[in-house]
Design a protein around this ligand. Structure first.
Ligand SMILES: C[S@@+](CC[C@H](N)C(=O)[O-])C[C@H]1O[C@@H](n2cnc3c(N)ncnc32)[C@H](O)[C@@H]1O
Length: 210
C-alpha cells in the first residue's frame, strides 16, 4: 500500500483545482471554494467596508477579496507567515490567543466588520476525536469574535467539519443570524468532512470589548 505522503502527493498533483490554481496564479486551490460560494449565494454585503479573513495563509482568499472588493478594508490573520498582498493588512498570530485578539482589535481600530470569513483548520494530528475538538474550538472562537466585532446585519462564512459538536455550532449560529446555510462547494474534496456554514444577517446587540 502507498505511504500516506505518497498518496497525498499523487492526489495533489492530479487534482483539477490544484491545476487550475497553478494555471491562474492563485496561491491555493482553496480560492475556488470561496468563489463558488460567493457566486452561488451572493453573500457579500453591498458596500462592504471591512472584511476579516481568519486563517488566511497562504492568502488566496485575501488576494481574491482584495481584487473583487478594492474599496473594502481587508484584514487577515494566520499562525503562518505570508507574502504581502497589496491592500491587505496581514497579521501573524494565533487567532485564539490574547495577542491575536488584540492585534485584530488594533487593526480594526474601532470599526465593526461587515463580513467575517474563516477557513481556519487545525493542523490534523490524525486522531479524529482530537482533530474534531480542535476544529470546533476554532469555530467557537470565531462565533465569539463575531459577537464582539461583526456589525448588525453582517455575514459570516466559516469552515467547519461534520462530526461531534457540528450541530451545536450550527445552532449557535441559528440563534445569532437570520439565516444559516450548510454548503459543500464542489471544490471541497468529497471525501473530506469539511463543510461551510454561511450565516447571514447578524441579529442582537454587539459587545465590543476593545
Ligand atoms: C485551509 S488553510 C487556509 C487557506 C486560505 N483560506 C487560503 O485561501 O489561502 C487554514 C489555515 O488556518 C490556519 N490556522 C489554524 N489554526 C489557527 C489559529 N489558531 N490561528 C491562526 N491561524 C490558524 C493555518 O495556519 C492554515 O494556514
Amino acid at each position: 500500500m502507498a505511504h500516506k505522503s505518497t498518496r497525498w502527493y499523487n492526489r495533489h498533483v492530479h487534482d483539477r483545482w490544484v491545476k487550475k490554481a497553478q494555471q491562474e496564479g492563485k496561491r491555493s486551490r482553496a480560492v475556488f471554494k470561496l468563489t463558488q460560494i460567493l457566486d452561488a449565494h451572493r453573500c457579500m454585503p453591498s458596500d462592504c467596508g471591512v472584511i476579516v479573513d481568519l486563517g488566511c495563509a497562504p492568502g488566496s482568499w485575501c488576494a481574491e477579496i482584495a481584487s473583487l472588493y478594492p474599496k473594502a478594508r481587508v484584514i487577515g490573520i494566520d499562525l503562518l507567515p505570508m507574502e504581502s498582498i497589496e491592500g491587505v493588512t496581514l497579521l501573524q498570530h494565533d487567532f485564539l490567543s490574547p495577542e491575536g485578539q488584540q492585534a485584530l482589535c488594533d487593526a480594526l481600530d474601532g470599526a465593526e466588520i461587515d463580513m467575517v470569513l474563516s477557513d481556519l483548520a487545525p493542523e490534523m494530528s490524525g486522531n479524529r476525536i482530537v482533530d474534531q475538538c480542535s476544529a470546533i474550538a476554532l469555530n467557537e472562537g470565531v462565533i465569539h469574535f463575531c459577537q464582539q466585532h461583526l456589525t448588525m446585519g453582517g455575514n459570516l462564512l466559516m469552515k467547519s467539519f461534520m462530526g461531534e459538536g457540528f450541530d451545536q455550532v450550527r445552532q449557535s449560529l441559528q440563534a445569532m443570524f437570520s439565516k444559516v446555510k450548510v454548503i459543500k462547494p464542489s471544490a471541497s474534496r468529497k471525501e473530506s468532512r469539511e463543510l461551510f456554514l454561511l450565516a447571514m444577517g447578524r441579529r442582537g446587540r454587539s459587545a465590543p470589548d476593545c
